[in-house]
Design a protein around this ligand. Sequence first.
Ligand SMILES: Cc1cc2nc3c(=O)[nH]c(=O)nc-3n(C[C@H](O)[C@H](O)[C@H](O)COP(=O)(O)OP(=O)(O)OC[C@H]3O[C@@H](n4cnc5c(N)ncnc54)[C@H](O)[C@@H]3O)c2cc1C
Length: 217
Amino acid sequence: MNQPKITLIHHTSNPEQTIQFAARVCASSKPINDLLNEPAEGGFLKKLHSLGHLSPFEHVSFTFAVEGISRACSHQLVRHRVGTAFSQRSQRYTFSPKDVRFPQTITPWRHHLHKSVDLYKEAIEAGVSREDARYLLPQAITTTLIATFNARALLHFFALRACRQAQREIQELARQMFESVYAIAPNLFALAGPPCKTCENDACRGVPRSEFEGSWS
Ligand SMILES: Cc1cc2nc3c(=O)[nH]c(=O)nc-3n(C[C@H](O)[C@H](O)[C@H](O)COP(=O)(O)OP(=O)(O)OC[C@H]3O[C@@H](n4cnc5c(N)ncnc54)[C@H](O)[C@@H]3O)c2cc1C
C-alpha cells in the first residue's frame, strides 16, 4: 500500500451548532434548552474566530483513522500536543513491516530501504525481539494510527501543516483530513488553512493538487 488512507471515523454531531451553542451560553441569559435549539448561523463562527473566542471550538472533536503514512510523517503529526489524542500501532507487537512510503527523489536508493527490512526479518529469525529489531527499520516504514483533534486543535494543525512550509507528506495528510471535515462542517473549516493573508512569502499561496501527484512511492 503506497497511498495513505485517511478515514473520518467519528465526529461530534452538529459540530457548528454545538460551537455556536457553547458561545451563546457565554453571553446570554436564555434557558439552556432555548439556546440548544437555535439553528447554526453561517457567519457566526467566523466572527467568533476573528474575536479569538476559541474555547467554544474545543467542544467538538473529529477522529481519523490514518493508514499508510511514513513514520517520518507520523512523528510530525504526534508533535501536536494540545487538544489531540493519538493511538499508534506498535512495532513491538505487529509482526512484519512490508510497506514503505517515500518521496520519489530517493528512488535510486530504495534498495537500502528494502535491505533494512530484510535485515529486520533476519534479526527476528535469529531470535532478536521485535522491540529491539525495529531499530533497524527506516523512517519510510508506514504506520497506522487513530488521531482525534478538537476543532480548535484541528484549525491550528491546518494552519501549520496545510502550509507550504510544512513537509509535503504532512501537507498531503492535512489536505485529506481537511477534505473530509470540510464536507461535514463547511462554515467551520472555511476558517482553516495557512495564514496566507499575513504571510510575507506569496509563493506559499494555493499549492495546486497536481504538485502532490506522482511525488510518492
Ligand atoms: C514547517 C515546520 C517545521 C518544523 N520543524 C521542526 C524542527 O526542525 N524541529 C522540531 O523539533 N520541530 C519542528 N516542527 C514542529 C513544531 O516545532 C511543533 O512542535 C509542531 O508544529 C506542533 O505545533 P504546536 O506546538 O503549535 O502544537 P501543539 O503542541 O498542539 O500546541 C498548540 C499551541 O499550544 C501552545 N502550547 C503548547 N505547549 C506549550 C508550551 N509548553 N508552552 C507554551 N505554549 C504551549 C502554543 O501556543 C501552541 O502553538 C516544525 C513544524 C513546522 C510546521
